[in-house]
Design a protein around this ligand. Structure first.
Ligand SMILES: [Zn+2]
Ligand SMILES: [Zn+2]
Length: 313
């Protein structure tokens, strides 16, 4: 297309750059900060029992990673938003205020002498970041990694958050349906049908959804959630031959899909017992394949588009 004539830009030139077409964009930012889990209304023993090593003075730190998902129609320049504005808003509203700070004192949200103060957990922090960025950016979702094994997502201006823990186990399996011949199984499952099995280092992400407690800042007791996943999945599955050592797979072929579904079945009611809802199980079998099970029907304004953008960021 030739350069536009002088004067107002004709609509055709703007349309050429995708004006109005919807898109989700993500931006990543990092900061380092420390925190301490300590509620003044609890005794030292109670704080220790409740929060473990996180209660130790003077605190400990994390290298946080924030993913900001934003959406909207493209402008005439082919952008949802100019990235320099995005960078500026994130720096001014978040990283310049939190980087190298003690979170308990950085924002009044975490001032525990206030009745509405809450502990700076991952989910409480990402919620507090939402409150600050919402006025400046067309937010669709935020994800905050505290470590590569713990992160929280928020998808709107509410106390609702998603918390994900990552763990792993190693196990062997064989893909074969006992009612079929070796030739038939080989035709379906290929090398995975070989009689003595093979193994994987499975990576397991468990996502729970719930309301952030207004005082502890937690969707559920993190240590209790980790204990449930360890007791019901990691311990019984790790270093086993799934087909023989885990009863369910004596009769159900242990594909990644079936392992993820079984894990979801095992965890659903114990997670509910912790006051949260099991949202998703993601089982990565190898760098090249994973199975995801959504354990609940989409609800409460969940936005799969934004979740996906966060997951891939
Ligand atoms: Zn911590
Ligand atoms: Zn396999």
């Amino acid at each position: 297309m030739a350069a536009p004539p002088a004067g107002p830009v004709p609509a055709a030139f703007e349309a050429a750059h995708g004006k109005g077409r919807p898109c989700v964009i993500t931006r990543r930012a990092t900061f380092s900060a420390s925190h301490r889990y300590w509620l003044p209304e609890l005794s030292p023993e109670e704080n220790q029992a409740r929060f473990g090593a996180c209660s130790l003075a003077p605190g400990h730190g994390h290298n946080y990673e924030l993913i900001v998902a934003m959406g909207g129609g493209l402008d005439a320049n082919g952008m949802v938003l100019n990235l320099s504005e995005v960078k500026h808003a994130i720096r001014e509203q978040v990283t310049a205020q939190l980087d190298f700070r003690f979170l308990n004192e950085a924002w009044p949200d975490f001032d525990l002498t206030r009745p509405d103060g809450l502990l700076p957990t991952t989910e409480a922090l990402v919620r507090a970041i939402w409150k600050r960025l919402d006025a400046h950016l067309p937010l669709m979702g935020l994800r905050l990694y505290e470590t590569d094994k713990l992160w929280a997502d928020v998808l709107g201006d509410s106390m609702e958050a998603f918390l994900t823990i990552r763990t792993h186990f190693a196990a062997a399996h064989r893909l074969a349906r006992p009612e079929l011949s070796f030739e038939e199984n080989s035709a379906i499952y290929g090398k995975c049908a070989r009689p003595h099995g093979h193994g994987h280092n499975y990576l397991l992400d468990i996502t729970v959804r719930g309301a952030i407690d207004p005082r502890t800042g937690m969707v559920c007791d993190l240590a209790a959630l980790q204990a449930v996943v360890d007791d019901l999945v990691v311990e019984p599955f790790d270093h086993t031959f799934l087909n023989k050592d885990v009863e369910h797979f004596a009769s159900t072929v242990p594909t990644a899909e079936n392992i993820a579904l079984h894990i979801a079945d095992l965890l659903q009611s114990p997670v509910a017992g912790l006051g949260a809802t099991l949202h998703k199980v993601r089982l990565q079998e190898s760098p090249n394949n994973a199975a995801e099970v959504f354990a609940e029907v989409p609800q409460l304004g969940m936005n799969p588009q934004a979740l996906e953008a966060l997951a891939g960021a």
